[in-house]
Design a protein around this ligand. Structure first.
Ligand SMILES: Nc1ncnc2c1ncn2[C@@H]1O[C@H](COP(=O)(O)OP(=O)(O)OP(=O)(O)O)[C@@H](O)[C@H]1O
Length: 272
């Protein structure tokens, strides 16, 4: 591996998460080829693309949950696949779209799982860990449910609990697969604001897949538009949201005309 370009340097610190010549395919479809991506401290990224475009697959690859066809992912300058699970969990948090594998536990026990990567191997959760978990549950409005079993939560409450668990974990790199799923309008905005506030306060970075263009416009600095990769060199487009959120790009991305309206609150996107 050639790390010349990403050696640590005070003026140009290495990206928190980077892909190096990454090629990812699934089901005979190539999502990206020899792809270089750099997520830096303080940056908030979005991945946009239609159903089946590969957003989840790409996020899973960047999190090390599935192997890339070629290339590698670097977490704070170290190849992800060489990190121990615990080391990885200290630095990288993932919000899965589907967590049907979750085992029975109370809301508080689930939030406390976010502390596990930071605890000693044989230690129990301390009162300080519990206070951190309760503070996160308060942030997402679940204090009153802390002793309830998670199978007694609504879809939106479960999503808020997953977000609380990440707030407890406090990773450097946050990868979120459709964080706005199941959330009502108030919680979409208030929880994304809290997540992003926490990411920025800890000089982290966040990458999330979204279906809502207005949330992408509101919260992201940078975007990945997941156009299919082909032999002609086409593929994902990466850049500032201001450059990428055009009607032309969005129509091509979703194969549907999208109108960009200018309002006092900023641009608003609606399907035509
Ligand atoms: N195990 C698998 N084997 C083959 N193809 C798969 C497999 N899992 C997913 N796919 C296909 O890979 C493509 C990308 O799926 P992925 O879930 O990453 O898309 P997505 O952009 O997250 O979609 P959505 O917006 O619908 O959640 C889809 O066409 C899907 O059918």
């Amino acid at each position: 591996m050639n790390c010349d370009k990403i050696l640590p340097n005070r003026e140009n610190p290495p990206p928190l998460l980077a892909s190096h010549n990454l090629t990812v395919s699934i089901g005979g479809k190539t999502l990206c080829r020899n792809w270089q991506l750099q997520l830096k401290s303080g940056e908030i990224w979005g991945i946009l693309g239609g159903n089946g475009a590969g957003k989840t697959t790409l996020l899973h690859t960047l999190a090390g949950l599935r192997k890339a066809d070629q290339g590698e992912v670097l977490l704070q300058n170290r190849p992800l696949e060489r990190l121990k699970d615990r080391e990885r969990a200290q630095q990288l948090g993932f919000l899965l779209q589907d967590d049907s594998t979750a085992f029975p536990a109370t809301v508080l026990e689930t939030a406390l799982q976010g502390r596990h990567p930071h605890m000693g191997h044989f230690s129990w959760e301390s009162s300080e860990d519990e206070a951190i978990a309760m503070a996160a549950l308060k942030q997402v409005g679940l204090t009153d449910y802390c002793q309830r079993n998670i199978d007694q939560l609504s879809g939106g409450e479960r999503q808020r609990l997953k977000i609380a668990t990440l707030l407890v974990q406090q990773p450097k790199v946050w990868l979120l697969d459709e964080p706005a799923n199941h959330l009502d309008l108030h919680h979409q905005v208030s929880l994304l604001e809290q997540l992003i506030g926490s990411v920025k306060a800890h000089s982290g970075t966040l990458l999330m897949s979204l279906h809502d263009l207005n949330l992408a416009q509101r919260f992201c600095d940078k975007l990945i538009l997941l156009f299919p990769a082909d032999e002609k060199g086409n593929g994902p487009e990466v850049g500032d949201k201001v450059e990428l959120l055009t009607e032309e790009n969005l129509q091509r991305l979703y194969q549907h005309p999208i109108r960009r309206l200018t309002t006092e609150a900023g641009p608003v996107f609606i399907p035509a």
